[in-house]
Design a protein around this ligand. Structure first.
Ligand code: GLY
Length: 300
């Protein structure tokens, strides 16, 4: 069987990423990219590579995903994640889970072991138990940095999400194209700080937080979820590839629509059907790492 050169890109979130957190963001993205890239080079599927890459970032408290996530208005971690297989258009996602440290793997189980696409809250956790996914305590996902931040935000009744430029971290994601040419995309997040309990953002919603279609492209988004949802950001960007744009042109066009149409903030990463990589954002920073000619390139 003919094989092709694989491609991989990961992101570690948009917003401002304060200077003191830049090094950790870059290191985590590089580690995630390294893990995903090794799998791809060994012939693993794009799905396996992105799941493994996202798990690295969920386990890293640097990011707003898994342990270390932002807290909601009630001081709780509520996690959302989505994974999508561009070969079949199969997708699985979970939202508002509080007891699963790696929601991206639970999302994959939803895709592969249920007839559904999205499970939320207690139902998602019940599904996790039934499928042997490790269950943690909510406090296992909580870190001191976010508790301090939550306390500070409690004292500011005027705080709204677009002010998240003061946040230390955001959503993570990965997109890969494997040696068979299949594309997959994944996104995982703790959502926005001080969100109302039960709030679900773009990340677990197919077409919003991620989308993958091997015939066009795979995209993972980050940023202000309510704005990304309004333009169905990830599908919008994939459609731009179908209309003839390259990966980089498509993601830049998506960010322009996000800004111009709904005053949105955020960005994303993309791999198109030719294996070309792109990224764009309209926040001050977006952490990312990707592979060029076998070497990892990273920046914020
Ligand atoms: N983009 C992540 C969120 O808004 O929940």
């Amino acid at each position: 069987m003919t094989t092709i050169a694989p491609s991989l890109i990961v992101h570690g979130g948009a917003w401002d990423i304060p200077d003191e957190h830049v090094e950790a963001h870059i290191a985590g993205c590089r580690q995630a990219a390294e893990v995903g890239w090794k799998l791809l080079c060994d012939g693993a599927s794009a799905l396996d590579a992105i799941e493994a890459a996202v798990r690295v970032m969920e386990d890293d408290p640097t990011y707003d995903a898994g342990r270390g996530s932002n807290l909601n208005a009630a001081g709780q971690v509520e996690l959302d994640a989505l994974i999508m297989d561009g070969a079949t258009l199969g997708a699985g996602s979970v939202a508002a889970v509080q007891r699963v440290a790696n929601p991206i793997s639970l999302a994959r189980l939803v895709m592969e072991k249920s007839e559904h696409v999205l499970l939320v809250a207690d139902g998602a956790e019940q599904f996790a138990r039934e499928h042997g996914v490790p269950i943690c305590q909510p406090q296992d996902l909580l870190v001191g940095r976010e508790l301090e931040r939550w306390k500070a935000l409690q004292a500011d009744p005027t705080w709204r999400t677009p002010q998240a430029f003061k946040a230390a971290s955001d959503t993570v994601g990965a997109v890969a194209r494997d040696v068979h040419g299949n594309i997959a995309a994944a996104t995982s997040t703790g959502g926005t700080s001080k969100k109302l309990p039960g709030r679900v953002g773009d990340s677990p919603l197919i077409g919003c937080g991620a989308y993958a279609n091997t015939c066009t492209a795979g995209v993972s988004a980050t940023g202000w979820g309510e704005s990304l949802m309004k333009v169905v950001f990830s599908k919008l960007v994939c459609d731009k590839v179908e209309q003839g744009l390259t990966a980089q042109q498509a993601i830049e066009a998506g960010v322009r629509v996000l800004a111009q149409r709904v005053g949105g903030l955020g960005g994303g990463i993309i791999i198109d059907r030719e294996g070309r990589i792109g990224f764009a954002y309209n926040t001050p920073r977006m952490a990312r790492a990707y592979i060029v000619k076998g070497d990892i390139v990273s920046d914020v």
